[in-house]
Design a protein around this ligand. Structure first.
Ligand code: NAD
Length: 302
């Protein structure tokens, strides 16, 4: 492997920057930044993600409150919980952990989050701001990828970027951010014909299809930059006889493409830590706004 885009390393650097920003102003404003996380149901992966986010909050001195609702909660009950956080002056950011249990539509719930506390950047107003190039909280995963590319001095201007995936969470905001950075962007999706022909034109290939091992040698151009957003648990034999363990993998068969790429994100340790970091960045940025402080983190919000 020639070059790893190390998200874990950059996440650590960003945490140090956030600690400094919080320490600089916490005495003046009288409270640390606050994040409210709502988890609905018992999806095991979501439980792990929320716990990782809580730990990250503790590391930087951010106050986090996790509200866990049952899988059978009504949309009205979830909206009521969102409203209570909207009205809580110690809470700067609200995260509704996705995915929600089957049958609950996320759209009206995301819309109920106050746009100035929307640290996932998924409220229609903030997505509109992204389209218009106006300031606002940015969707964490693509914003984290932009920070990682920038930190590794990846030139985007005039480059061909292909984004696989068109979700509101990753693919679409990713494409908009790359376009705003002057890349020429193509979005591929599940109905795209002849994917390898398209992806072979990519100087920068962002893979967010959510399909383990989808992308291999035949898709990847020599000397390109590959960002693997996918994250999957694959069962494997554990060292305990008779028990199954698991390992994490991405959407890319990284061992197959490693020899030809210029740089690639690892799974784990690439996009995942950057997503958590950007949640912290968005929350501290909202805290600065709510407390009447100047924003010192806008370079991280593409
Ligand atoms: P999603 O299921 O909402 O969207 C997947 C997209 O991929 C869709 O637009 C679909 O059209 C496209 N797609 C599916 N199969 C395809 C194929 N064969 N060829 C081309 N396109 C195809 O998923 P999402 O929420 O955008 O997440 C994508 C992946 O990223 C998932 O594995 C998710 O777990 C992961 N993810 C990781 C992080 C992180 O922090 N590492 C954050 C968010 C999402």
């Amino acid at each position: 492997m020639k070059n790893i885009l190390d998200g874990k390393l950059l996440a650590r650097e960003l945490e140090l920057r956030l600690i400094a920003e919080i320490n600089r102003f916490v005495a003046q404003v009288g409270r640390p930044p606050g994040l409210g996380v709502i988890r609905v149901g018992d999806d095991p992966a979501s439980k792990v993600y929320v716990s990782n986010k809580e730990k990250a909050c503790r590391r930087v001195g951010l106050n986090s409150v996790v509200l866990h609702l049952g899988a059978d909660s009504s949309p009205e009950a979830i909206i009521q919980t969102i409203e209570s956080l909207n009205n809580d002056h110690k809470i700067d950011g609200i995260l509704l952990q996705l995915p929600l249990p089957q049958g609950i539509d996320a759209a009206p719930l995301l819309q109920a989050i106050s746009p100035d506390k929307d640290v996932d950047g998924l409220h229609a107003l903030n997505l509109g701001r992204l389209i218009k190039g106006e300031k606002g909280p940015r969707s964490c995963t693509p914003a984290g990828i932009m920070a990682l590319l920038r930190r590794n001095k990846v030139t985007l201007e005039g480059k061909n970027a292909v984004v696989i995936g068109r979700s509101i969470l990753v693919g679409k905001p990713m494409a908009l951010m790359l376009q705003a950075a002057d890349a020429t962007v193509t979005i591929a999706h599940s109905k795209t014909a002849n994917l390898p022909v398209l992806t072979n034109q990519a100087d920068i290939l962002i893979v967010a299809a959510g399909k383990a091992h989808l992308i291999g040698d035949e898709h990847v151009r020599a000397n390109s930059i590959v960002v693997d957003v996918g994250i999957h648990r694959i069962n494997k034999e554990s060292s305990m006889p008779g028990k199954l363990g698991y390992k994490l993998c991405g959407d890319v068969r990284s061992e197959e493409v490693a020899y030809k790429v210029k740089a690639i994100t690892p799974v784990p340790g690439g996009v995942g830590p950057m997503t958590v970091s950007m949640l912290l960045v968005n929350t501290v940025n909202c805290w600065q706004f709510h407390c009447g402080l100047s924003s010192t983190l806008s370079d991280l919000l593409p």
